[in-house]
Structures are given as C-alpha cells and as structure tokens.
Design a protein around this ligand. Sequence first.
Ligand SMILES: [Zn+2]
Length: 158
Amino acid sequence: MSWTDERVELLKKLWQDGLSASQIAAELGGVTRNAVIGKVHRLGLSGRGQPTSSIKRQRRTHSTTVRRTRTVTVGNLALKQTVDVLPETEVQPRRNVVVPIPKKLSLLQLTEQTCKWPIGDPGHDDFHFCGHNSLDNLPYCEYHSGVAYQAPEPRRRR
Ligand SMILES: [Zn+2]
C-alpha cells in the first residue's frame, strides 16, 4: 500500500485524536503499527503526547522578609511616676463578739434596755427583735451596735 494524501490526512487526524499507533494502523488498514510510527515521525507529529503537566511549575522564591529594626524612643524615665502602693488596711471582723441568740421579743415587749434589732420579715409572724440588753444610749446590744455602727475605717493614730 502507499501513503495517499487521504490516508496521510486520516493518519494525522487519528494521531491528533490521541489514538495509538496500533489503533491507527487498524483504522487505516493495510499498514503495520511500525509503519504508522515511521510515518508519524516523518510527518513530524511525534510531538503529541507531551503532557501539559510537564510544564515547569514556577516556584515562587520566598522573598526574604526584611525585618526592620524599630527604633523605640523611650520617654524620659525621670517623668515616670512612681506609684506608692499602700497596703490596704483590712477591716478585721469582730470575732470576739458572739452572735447572740435572739430572745424573740415582740414590739410590745421592747423596753429601753432591750435591743431593738429587727430580725426577720416585719410582715411575717416570725418577725421579732433581738431583745438582749442594749448598751447605754444605744438601741442595740453590743453585737448589733457593732453591726449598725460599724466604722468603715479604723481610726488612725496620729
Ligand atoms: Zn441585738
């Protein structure tokens, strides 16, 4: 057989379509696989099959990060205020005073000598007063006077 123009064109077409040499030989008929390969080489079609993935990946060269040394302007240290942290004076709870057990006096039972510290809900039947002996000139007992008149700060001795 001979390579007619039609067969050559068919060969090119099939080759470009991606058929293998043996498939093309079978398609054309009358030619061997080697004959197809030889013809392809002569036609300069052997460049087929270059995978596009062979394109070199352009690797980015990591740009070296230029670190700038920051010049920090430090203020005048003389202007820095020195804060004197004073130790907080803790208010000592009165531990020596025991919470008295209320005598549960009613309002009518209160006298000038009884503690008038209310205990409970005034609208409730269980409402009562402390009833312990009150301090002089004070309406409350020692304990409740301490609660009622608790000084926010202990007096400082100067
Ligand atoms: Zn009391």
